[in-house]
Write a protein that binds this ligand. Structure first.
Ligand code: OVV
Length: 410
């Protein structure tokens, strides 16, 4: 059931306030450099705002973001979850069968990927993911000084996820660039998006080829997707596109989630100290980093009807920009929201979304985050930032390009 009503009458007669128009561009470099003052302005202006620059509605408070995520009939995904409206614009690639779909089509594909990435599947990979995490931290303790993005936040997922998918070794250097395009493409037609798409052909060709059944090793997530063709849950042309979803969303997200966690523990040494005293907090320390940094900052929905959201009328066919990162720091929902607190009750954060589209790979992300932070907790006494922190710019992903650190062993 929708928390949002159909508008009964018009304008002022219904007591509706005028929607504030803001000139904030949430896809500009200065916004990425420091989104927090703009997030506050977006949250405090009204429950719904209008962003003139891209002609979209925005919601940045927790209640409205959560409400939109939980009303997929009114706020659909099948017209795209980026700025582009698939009803009027040709998508840059064939739409995702899960992300860019609504029920009932979504229900079937979602069920398949849920099973592929189930708790039972995690049980099969857990010991290996944990052993590789321990070995990675041991190796980095030997080096002492390194880049926590390239050498840890990227290196660790790259050392477990492509193998878990069943990909061959050749061509893996395309995976992060491809994901970079995917997440830039959700944004508006700015330079980030246009340049990324212009250069995407080789990355797209690589991914399309690796999605074929004969290129996916037995035992991996990719082969597991294709196995559902044999059971009739999906057909042979759907399977490669579902593998494409895993390759699109399964790597750069965890890179930025792990990067967020390392950056948090480096900036908040008291929290690293608490984690060292109780390594069983590793999973929640990762979850809190996902809330705190919100590696996936935004997604759009499109209205399927005229709707009233917290007293504001929105017409049919309008794009709504959901500020997940702003909702995750909304003081209406979170006590001391700007504090990274590894013992916080994190449940309900929208860093993985919410509702029927909530991250289908969340168990893989949490597994990677947990075993890596557990290794850190047991082996590392201190993480010192020893060079210039450089931000990486993407229309959807929040994370760093470079984080030079020096480790002290426990
Ligand atoms: C959540 C997400 C991000 C990017 C791509 C996809 C999903 C996909 O299904 O392709």
């Amino acid at each position: 059931m929708s928390a949002f009503s159909s508008p009964a009458s018009t304008g002022a007669a219904a007591g509706r306030a005028a929607m504030p128009h803001l000139d904030i561009d949430p896809f500009a470099i200065d916004f990425f450099d420091d989104p927090y003052p703009a997030h506050e302005k977006l949250r405090e202006s009204a429950a719904v705002v209008y962003l003139d620059k891209w002609r979209v509605h925005g919601v940045a408070r927790y209640a409205e973001v959560h409400g939109v995520l939980n009303d997929p009939l009114t706020f659909c995904s099948s017209r795209g979850v980026g700025l582009s409206d698939f009803k009027t614009e040709k998508p840059w690639r064939p739409p995702s069968l899960i992300l860019e779909a609504d029920p009932p089509a979504h229900t079937r594909t979602r069920a398949v990927l849920s099973k592929v990435l189930s708790p039972a599947a995690m049980k099969r990979i857990r010991d290996h993911f944990a052993a590789v995490a321990d070995a990675k931290i041991d190796e980095l303790l030997q080096r002492k000084s390194f880049d926590a993005i390239a050498d840890l936040a990227e290196a660790y997922p790259l050392s477990v996820f492509p193998d878990a998918m069943g990909l061959k070794p050749e061509g893996r250097e395309n995976l992060l660039p491809y994901a970079g395009v995917v997440f830039n493409a959700f944004g508006p037609p700015n330079e980030l998006r246009q340049t990324a798409i212009e250069r995407s052909a080789p990355h797209q060709a690589y991914v399309a080829e690796q999605c074929q059944r004969h290129n996916l090793a037995p035992g991996g997530f990719g082969a597991a997707v294709h196995a559902f063709v044999d059971g009739g849950e999906i057909n042979g042309s759907e399977a490669p596109l579902l593998v494409r979803s895993l390759l699109s969303a399964g790597l750069d997200t965890t890179v930025n989630g792990i990067g967020a966690a390392i950056y948090c523990l480096a900036r908040f040494p008291d929290e690293l100290a608490r984690l060292r005293r109780d390594p069983s907090l590793a999973r929640n320390a990762f979850e809190e980093a996902v809330r705190f940094e919100s590696p996936v900052q935004t997604f759009f929905r499109t209205t399927t009807r005229e709707v009233e959201v917290s007293g504001f009328r929105i017409g049919e066919g309008e794009k709504i920009l959901m500020f997940l990162g702003a909702a995750n720091r909304d003081p209406r929902r979170w006590a001391d929201p700007d504090r990274y607190d590894i013992t916080r009750k994190t449940s309900g954060h929208v860093g993985f979304g919410a509702g029927i589209h909530m991250c289908v790979g969340q168990l893989v992300a949490r597994l990677e985050g947990e075993v890596l932070l557990s290794a850190l907790a047991r082996k590392v006494a201190a993480i010192e930032i020893t060079g210039c922190v450089k931000r990486r710019y993407n229309n959807t992903l929040r994370g760093l390009e470079s984080l030079p650190v020096t480790l002290t062993p426990a």
